[in-house]
Design a protein around this ligand. Structure first.
Ligand code: ZN
Length: 433
């Protein structure tokens, strides 16, 4: 089952997911995970409302049918069915009559962008409200308005989905994407779509590592996942939070809290080779689920890959973050970048030169001009670099960076040398355990 291959495939799935009213719990989130499960089989976990999760608690489950604001003439001026950003996410049910002054603090606009709706939530404080354009707000006349929000806040559960692909080793690569935003295309849908396509691609490949892709609500969802998986977090060797992968900005890699994890070397190398305008930024305790995964009690080797960063583009958290903001090309390039990262994670190795006293003679082993795809001089140079640097400490990626040769050329050279018994792979523990 590989139906997420082209940019058009990715945009089609994005178009299907975009209209759904997601939240940190509820049927919109489940429907999203059900659709994704049709592309990459997900195991769903339900965490009951009221569950204590570290310093947090899973809230009541939220579902909504409708939300309307009616003006003094009886005309509907704000309607959830037009756009699910029109209601503050997690609004409690309410029916009543309110003056415009009373409504004031509950009407949210984006003053800088008068045509757009802002995205607002109130997960942990019981509240309600509407989001509308500044233009609509200015057109409202004084008088009595009707409010009718048909939502439910009741004991239920929070849902997250996992797709686990066993590898030769039980050591894991963790990919994490948030799944809780309603109709926002780049900030959420893009990450879901690219992660599902990556899951399909990974499932068709031989794997050294076990790959785990988690689709969960932001913050409380990653905390639930951490709590459920705390006993085997030491198996996570590499990880990435992914999202915001469909806009046109170059990639941004945010380092893990550790700052020197292997993923902090791999991702910058891959993305800068694919797009020299890519950025690398340091860790900060703000952003997406790296806030939890890299909290000091876990400190996982998890970085973050996005295009624009959180709050880093004008349309962020507004109705203008729609399907027009993302493109098939951007999604596909992001998928390609993640494939290249995955290949590098899977194939980066440390070797030990078994003939380290002087250069071994390559000619008598048939290694001159034996590699396809690059000029003999280049492949021989790559072999010299690999032999010289393979002391069990330098990885192939270290050698690629020091030599200025492509990782692929270095890796091919190492394979040829290993096949000729000139190198032995250093056991890093990943191939057994
Ligand atoms: Zn967001």
């Amino acid at each position: 089952m590989s139906d997420l291959v082209t940019g058009t495939d990715l945009m089609t799935l994005a178009g299907r997911l975009y209209p759904i009213c997601r939240s940190i719990s509820g049927n919109g989130l489940r429907e999203t995970l059900r659709i994704l499960g049709g592309h990459a089989p997900l195991v769903l976990t339900e965490v009951p409302s009221g569950t204590q999760v570290y310093d947090w608690e899973v809230p009541l489950e939220w579902n909504i049918e409708s939300a309307r604001l009616t003006d003094p003439d009886g005309k509907v001026v704000v309607d959830f069915t037009d756009h699910n950003l029109h209601v503050v996410n997690y609004s409690e049910p309410v029916t009543g009559a309110y003056s415009l002054d009373e409504l004031g603090p509950r009407l949210h606009t984006d003053a800088r962008n008068p045509e757009w709706l802002p995205y607002k939530t109130s997960y942990y404080r019981r509240s309600w409200g509407f989001c509308l354009s500044q233009q609509t707000l200015q057109s409202l006349r004084k008088g009595t308005f009707g409010v009718d929000i048909k939502s439910r806040l009741e004991p239920g559960s929070l849902t997250f989905g996992e797709f686990v692909l066993p590898g030769a080793s039980r050591r894991e690569v963790l990919l994490f994407t948030h799944a809780c935003h309603p109709s926002l295309a780049n900030d959420n849908v893009s990450g879901l779509v690219v992660a599902a396509a990556l899951a399909q691609w990974l499932s068709s490949r031989p794997r050294k590592y076990t790959w785990r892709l988690v689709f969960a609500p932001g913050t409380i969802g990653s905390l639930c996942w951490l709590r459920n998986n705390e006993s085997h977090l030491h198996m996570v060797e590499h990880g990435l939070v992914i999202g915001l992968l469909g806009d046109s900005a170059p990639w941004t890699y945010k380092r893990s809290r550790r700052g020197c994890a292997p993923i902090d070397e791999i991702v910058p190398y891959v993305i800068s080779a694919m797009n020299p305008q890519s950025r690398v930024i340091d860790f900060e305790p703000y952003g997406y689920d790296e806030r939890q995964l890299c909290s000091p009690g876990f400190n996982l080797p998890v970085g973050r890959l996005t295009r624009s960063a959180n709050d880093g583009y004008r349309e962020y958290h507004s109705s203008a973050d729609d399907l027009k903001l993302i493109s098939a090309d951007s999604l596909l390039q992001s998928l390609d970048a993640l494939k290249a990262i995955a290949e590098t994670v899977e194939t980066n190795r440390r070797y030990i030169n078994l003939s380290p006293k002087g250069e071994p003679r390559l000619g008598k082993r048939g290694l001159y001009g034996s590699m396809g795809g690059s000029s003999p001089a280049r492949s021989e140079l790559a072999m010299l670099w690999v032999l010289n640097q393979s002391d069990g400490e330098q990885s192939l990626l270290d050698i690629a960076r020091r030599s200025g040769l492509d990782f692929e050329v270095i890796r091919t050279a190492a394979n040829a040398l290993a096949n000729s018994k000139l190198l032995d792979e250093r056991d890093d523990g990943s191939s057994s355990v």
